[in-house]
Write a protein that binds this ligand. Sequence first.
Ligand code: ATP
Ligand code: MG
Length: 895
Amino acid sequence: MPPLLRHSLLYQLVSVYLLFVIVVLVGGAGINTVIEQQQREAVQASDQALAQDIALETNLHLRDSEVSLSTLGYQAMQARNSQAIMQLFQTYQAARNDVDHVYWLDPLGLIQSSYPQLKSDMAVEFSPPDVVPRVRNTANPVIEVGIAVETTFNAGVIIAAPITNKHGTLVAIIAASLSLFELSDPLQAVVKAQQLQQHQLQISIIDARGELVATPDHSRLLQTVLDELPGADLALQHQGNSQLGTGLDGQSWLFSSVPVPDIGWAVVVQRPAAEALHVVTQLHLWLLTVALIFTVGGLLFWLLLHGRVIRPLHTLAIQHQALPSSEQSIPSHATQLARRADEVGYLARSLIRLERDGLAKLGELQTLLETSSVVVGSLEPQAVVGKIIREVRRLVDVQAAAVLLPDEQGVLHVLVSDGHNRRYNYALSLAPENISSSAVLALHSGQPVQKLLSTEPAPSLSYDEGFRSVLAVPIISRHAGGVVLLVHRTQPQPFNQKEIDLLLTFANYATLAWEHAVLYERSDERLREVARENAQLYQQASEEKQKLEAIMESMSDGLVLTGIDGTVLYANPGASSITGLPITELERHPIQVLYEALSRSAMEPEECARKMLQATSAEKPELLIELEPHAQRQVIHLRFFDVGDEAGRTIGRGLLLRDVTREREVDEFKTTLLGAVGHELRTPLAAIKGYASTLLQEDVTWPIEDQRHFLQTISSKADYMAQLVSNLLDLSRQEAGLLLLKRAPARLQEIVTHTIAETEHPDVMVTTRIPDDLPLVDIDSGRIEVVLRNLVMNALAYGEGEIHISAKLQENAVIVAVTDNGPGIAPTELPHVFERFYRAQHGRQRHSGGTGLGLAICKAFIEAHGTSIWAESAEQGTTISFALPLPPSGERRLT
Ligand code: ATP
Ligand code: MG
């Protein structure tokens, strides 16, 4: 059922009504069709019967005429003379008024006599002309029937009968002409009778040629009417039928045709179709009237139903769909409906009553709900109780209310009161044995107890205060213990059941609030304790966390922690500086970001990526990778480890990154040092050993010059070794951070002069340019002399014989430069010349027996002074410069 229909009685009734009307109309139409059919069949049957009657009648009439004519013929044959025949004929014609003429013919067909008499010379012809021959050829007394056409008389039906003697010889022919008018007369009588009954009826008798032989309308006799009478042609072929057709007046007619037996004629009865189906038309009218009555009646009934029942019901339904709030009054149309005496009025009255009761109950509940929600709104026992008694005074008509709380011994005391004076609050104390007290009784029984106060047995405290009735309602909580709600009235008026029920309901809510408040108070203290403990724990934890964070932050090593899915959860600044990625780009990103960053700056990216893949798949959780982030070699040690929770489950992975460049260098240094020492000491030692052994040979006496030469060689090799050892010692000191300087202000010129004198060489020209006003420098003179000597030695070894030493003051430092005119140092090698044991591949070093330590020592000494040393080289000439610090400003003075 559609929703609109389902929700509206109105539509339902209208639908049922329409359905009913449709059924009636369809039924009417069906009945109409059946009745129409039946009616038509009945009219057809009656018309057919009428036509049949007429046909029989006509047949009988003609047969009768034949018989009587034959009889007349034989009587005439026996007549003595024509006079007698005429006499016979006259009598016959007088007896039969349908006979126009009677003829007496000889066997050849010539008229002997006729009645009424013909004019003497008149001949008679019969039409069709074969009447006489056919009569003559008939052995039996057969009658030819046809229409007589007589030249002098009106047309009629000719009946001719042969008259034979006892031998069967044709002796005469007797013929009679029957009047067509007379033949039509019975038809006219029938038509008239029908007209009297207001029926329009036409009857036609036609011969085999389709010409009218009998009709009430004489003027149409002998007209060919086959076309005008549908079905007549079938009747002429001996098939009776009825059919509708168009009449001459253009109206629809019902034609019923039957054949006239033996003669080959047909009778057609016709009547207007409208008249034939008169009953059907009547039925139509009747049906229309019924439909109209149904429509109007239904409309009236529906209007009545709508106005008197549905609309009132609809109004009531709308108004009572939702229970209105207490502010809304009962609508006036509902009260109007309630005045009605019928069922709707009864319904309206019950609804109004129901609504009033409902509203009252709702109001009560609402108040109760409001009050209890107010009560529940607080969590402090004292405040809750205060609210309880205030709301109680609002709910019921009492002058005072109090809540009593039992102490540890069960003695009830006032917790909060309203409407009592102070004395009552302090003095009231109800022991559990005092069962005459309604409060004690209520708490004991768990039921409300009410009482009218009196002086018997003794006036109570409440009575003294002027109260005459009391109601005690227990508020019992399983978890918070029980309290009693006490209400007082100044009138000795008992509390009715409604008030008691109201207070009981309220007490149930209040119990909840009381329980909550007490439990809250208890739990509050515990919570505060827990909160204090938590705060301490939190403090400790956050301190620990801060410490840990500080450690992590200050750690130069990198630490990265990932979740189980490989997302970085934490990365410390160490990790950021090693990978070169900001922490924000590491945290909350996949660990692959870190791997990619490391691979990118690795010396061999593919190898690095492969190694890291192995390490992450825990095949080898530790690895070393070499990075070159800013053209500076860096060796990083990576260690992967699982991070587990207390239960030992893996919750993530950790990665430690340690910069082990320094360790690696130290290791390498040690290895190189050992190699170098082994190599560099072996040669001079072998030389010393060789010369010393030579000198010690007892069998050979060496000339004094040779001995001297040997000893000088031994001495210089020993010097070389001493120098080498001293250099190595210096370097290892520097490596260990033990290189101590004895700094003092010194004059650079003196150091330069001293160095030049020490390294003087005949083939070399040393020039200097040192300004006289150069300030003193704050240096360890011994170390700087070593530096200068190393540089001059290099210039000697790798230069072309010209050395230039210069010095200048530049920004709080004295820059000293040693320049030679050698082939220089290749640009690719220039950055490495200060490295230990590094010796350039090109240039003249092959001629010099150096160890590659000279410049490394220079660098160590200069950097120990807090300044720097650098090399510049062109195709011709190399300049090694270094800076020397000035003394602190207080000690500075010009040389
Ligand atoms: P030694 O330890 O005896 O000094 P060394 O001279 O080979 O040995 P360094 O003084 O440290 O070692 O010099 C390192 C390298 O730098 C040299 O081997 C040389 O190739 C190159 N070099 C240093 N000074 C010059 C210079 N003035 N001209 C050209 N090449 C130089
Ligand atoms: Mg050198």
